[in-house]
Design a binder for this molecule. Sequence first.
Ligand SMILES: [Mg+2]
Length: 319
Amino acid sequence: MSDQSINQLDTTPVVLLIDDSQFVHRILDARLRSESISLIGEHDGKAGHERALKDEPSLILLDLDMPVMDGYETLRVLKDDPKTRDIPVIVLSGMDSSQDKVAVFDLGAVDFITKPFEITELRARVRSSLKLSALLKMLAQKAQIDGLSGLFNRVYFDDRLQEEYDRAVRHGHPLSISMIDLDHFKSVNDTYGHPAGDTVISGVAQIIQQQCRSIDIACRYGGEEFVMIMPETTPEQAKILCDRIRQSCEAVSWSQHPSRAVTLSCGVVGADNGEGLTCTPAAMLEMADRNLYEAKQSGRNRVKATDIGGTLIQIAKAG
Ligand SMILES: [Mg+2]
């Protein structure tokens, strides 16, 4: 599956310690060794934030009293950055007034441990924060996954399209998207029943997944409709990829209806260079939809691709 795959939960959680005291690093390293975590460390807030961006820890242990950038400021930076915002932070501090505690909870810390810490308590709190963050991550991932196909859902697609669009414009990179719709799908449901229809949906999703490269983002858009975001991909390359999906789908022999093949139509649109992305992501999607409609109109089981300027690349079709 792609790099967005949902298998992060099985890996050993990484815990990042940000503390200016070498002593604290040594003691936590020794005392948390028995836990199934991988402890990494930084000695100041700025390096800590950079490390969090790089290593995406499951939990951060943060000292409040540090020179240059103190724990409050570090917490603010971590919570302001969308990339680190959701990482739970436990504050470690020698200051233990209610005011200090309220301030760090207000800034978004999940827990507060007073130094010198009682190691059993620290371990228990680390464990419970990790458990909570794993559950939250799982829920967040489930909310992005379509249950039947196992692909990403429409909500995820909308977010990612905007993100990839912005990235392509910023760097002047190519970007293509496609919209795929199964041909005469209703008749599969009507003739062979809904379970057979569901098998087709998940089977086609599997084909799309297999043909996709790790950078592609495949989603179920609804019903028998799928959408793909293909970063770093010209419309010409996207057309080739989508035509491979079309051919693979056509070649499948479905066990519930071996004599009835399933075909799909596809509309592709994209730009060779992000600077050519002159329309909004929503307009891009509309263009892909229009191409899909035209692929259907001209006989189905084909891919119609254009670049964003409206130039027809080629209509790939069966036979
Ligand atoms: Mg300190």
